[in-house]
Write a protein that binds this ligand. Structure first.
Ligand SMILES: Cc1cc2nc3c(=O)[nH]c(=O)nc-3n(C[C@H](O)[C@H](O)[C@H](O)COP(=O)(O)O)c2cc1C
Length: 179
């Protein structure tokens, strides 16, 4: 399978990256091809709702880094959404990319995909993930994509905290089971 990883963290060696790299190791061992985009280092204009795209009939008016993401997204068999919690939700960098899915909605709705959520937060209370879980579940229901696993790393303010948990191992296993 071709799996697209969309990383929303601006930390190049942060908690999210540690988790997604374990996921990628497992997924590659299972024979999957990975295409990764670090959204914090891309130029992606927020959707302006001009509707010029017709949800996939015409190219988006913003010829930015989404032009590299769109063809990979369209053909991917799986999509991983990876983001730290920022103020109870996804980072703005990843949200901007997801909003621009709108530009090819018709094409996305035509091809089912598998999906994985990887997220982390400083707060040890798993209620901190309520918003991101809601977004993820409604997105999957709409597209419709199949949920193939979730890493919800609570109480992990930094990568060192992961070493006291099972989340890295879980990330590896979710990757390794994707095929
Ligand atoms: C702008 C900002 C907002 C944050 N908001 C929350 C929050 O609402 N709840 C929480 O538990 N942690 C919050 N955090 C902490 C991060 O989610 C946590 O440190 C995470 O491990 C960072 O992951 P990263 O290294 O991949 O960026 C926030 C961090 C930043 C920088």
């Amino acid at each position: 399978m071709k799996i697209m990883v969309l990383n929303g963290s601006p930390h190049k060696e942060g908690t999210t990256v540690h988790l997604l790299e374990r996921f990628i190791t497992g997924a590659k061992e299972a024979g999957n091809k990975i295409v990764r985009f670090d959204t914090a280092f891309l130029k992606v204009h927020p959707c302006m709702a001009c509707n010029h795209c017709g949800n996939g009939d015409r190219p988006c008016v913003f010829a930015d880094d989404m032009m590299r993401i769109y063809p990979e997204l369209e053909t991917a068999d799986g999509v991983v959404l990876a983001s730290p919690i920022y103020y109870f939700g996804l980072t703005a960098q990843l949200k901007s990319v997801i909003d621009r899915f709108y530009g090819i909605d018709k094409k996305l709705l035509a091809k089912p995909k598998k999906s994985v959520l990887i997220t982390c937060a400083a707060d040890p209370d798993r209620e901190v993930f309520r918003g991101i879980i809601g977004t993820y579940e409604r997105m999957l229901h709409y597209l419709p994509w199949e949920d193939c696993g979730r890493i919800l790393a609570a109480g992990c303010a930094d990568p060192e905290a992961l070493n006291r948990t099972k989340y890295l191992e879980e990330a590896y296993h979710i990757g390794e089971q994707l095929r």
